[in-house]
Design a protein around this ligand. Structure first.
Ligand code: PLP
Length: 403
């Protein structure tokens, strides 16, 4: 009998999980069938799939209904959806837009490329999501907008943020790319602010095939302005104009149209979004029950009941282990668990952004969160076996490294 900890896979020991974690398969049977049906539909009519065709119309109508009303336009990428949404807000050139500390780089680049000044706000302590106080402390007389990202699929306390912003005449764009289907106080994220952007690229929980995005607004006026920004300034809603004549454009704009085949896939993905979100929530709820029973080093981060999990930060007590957090996470990964050991999506850590940000504020809460956590990957095919394996892999690794 021996109490010696088991040799870790990272040191050449046997891997705890022998089979890969379940792959996501966003392009599943229903999505493939929808794609084929759309191809057949156009073949049967002897037509080529156009811009703004019946599948895009249906995808947008269903998505707006899913959001609880309002209007949606499908575009070519998530970055395009942020660009179009931000352009539609028509903020004064040179004014400041406060952005969340944790995001894809696309949204930051949209602020810069629209001639606005990005101001990074910090997250709440022990969280990747921007905090209300942290947001409000970055408002200045030049602030015109907030680009609020629902990071990791956890909903922001968006009602209070919108209230604080609107009280100062500041517009709010919600980036819901990582949180489609999440709700806050019983209402879908994306429906609280003035306008919202969603990526539907292949890794996101709602996906329109390879690349795509959705712009959503509760108000028709902003939706129309966004529509024009998504397609060369065309007032697409005006049936009295010959829109083949570019001379009718309202202003110069680029073309961010998407296509019918992507939208057909998006319709199928939207039809199973609630199921995908529920499965992800259930997996994490079980993990949050089991992990504290087996670990003294790791604990779950905040899990909101209205979340639409994209990935899940697991907190590591770095004082309780004899290695770095990153080495610890790499050892868990080597046991066969899918995770990201050092998160790169922190605005304040990007050197390319430095000269563009309003100041050198380095978002200490977000950095501290990154340095004390790793991101567990999550998808709707994870179940009870994955709960057991994640917990067992962490327990195995901490038996080795615990001080
Ligand atoms: C993925 C993502 C985007 C960009 O999406 P693309 O479709 O890859 O352009 C924008 N914002 C956030 C928060 C994202 O996670």
């Amino acid at each position: 009998m021996s109490n010696a900890p088991e040799k870790l896979a990272i040191h050449g020991g046997e891997k705890l999980r022998k089979t890969p974690m379940p792959p996501r398969l966003a392009f599943g049977p229903a999505e493939r069938q929808a794609l084929m049906e759309a191809a057949e539909y156009y073949a049967g009519r002897d037509e080529d799939p156009p811009y703004q065709g019946r599948y895009e119309e249906e995808f947008c109508r269903r998505f707006a209904a899913y959001q609880g009303g309002g209007h949606a336009d499908a575009v070519s990428s998530g970055t395009a959806s942020v660009f179009v949404a931000l352009a539609a807000l028509d903020l004064p050139k040179g004014s400041e837009v406060v952005i969340s500390p944790v995001t894809d780089s696309g949204p930051l680049n949209c602020i810069i490329m629209l001639g606005l000044t990005p101001v990074v706000a910090d997250s709440a302590p022990d969280d990747y999501n921007m905090g209300l106080e942290q947001l409000a402390s970055r408002f200045t007389p030049r602030t015109s907008g907030v680009l609020a990202v629902h990071s990791a699929g956890q909903p922001l306390a968006i009602d209070a943020m919108v209230e604080a912003a609107h009280a100062r005449g500041i517009k709010v764009l919600e980036d819901c790319s990582q949180a489609p289907g999440a709700d806050w106080n019983g209402r879908k994220v994306g429906s609280w602010g003035d306008i919202a952007a969603f990526s539907t690229m292949y890794r996101k929980t709602l996906t329109a095939g390879a690349s795509g995005g959705l712009v959503y607004s509760p108000t028709e006026e902003l939706y129309r302005t966004a529509l024009a920004h998504a397609d060369r300034g065309k007032p697409a809603w005006r049936k009295d104009l010959d829109l083949r004549d570019p001379g009718h454009a309202l202003f110069p704009a680029l073309n961010f149209n998407t296509d019918e085949l992507s939208c057909a896939i998006g319709i199928a993905s939207l039809a199973r979004l609630d199921e995908s979100v529920a499965a992800r929530r259930a997996f994490l709820a079980r993990l949050c029950e089991e992990l504290p029973k087996a670990s003294r080093v790791c604990r779950p981060s905040h899990l909101d009941p209205g979340c639409s999990p994209f990935y899940f930060p697991v907190m590591v007590d770095v004082d309780a282990i004899s290695c770095t957090k990153t080495e610890f996470a790499r050892a868990v990964a080597a046991e066969g668990i899918g995770l990201g050991e050092h998160y790169g999506c922190l605005v304040s850590s990007w050197s390319f952004a430095k000269g563009h940000l309003s100041d050198g504020f380095d978002t200490p809460n977000a950095l501290s969160m990154r340095d004390r956590s790793f991101n567990l990957y999550v998808n709707e095919r994870y179940g009870e076996q994955e709960v057991r394996d994640v917990v067992a892999a962490i327990a195995k690794v901490e038996a080795w490294y615990r001080r």
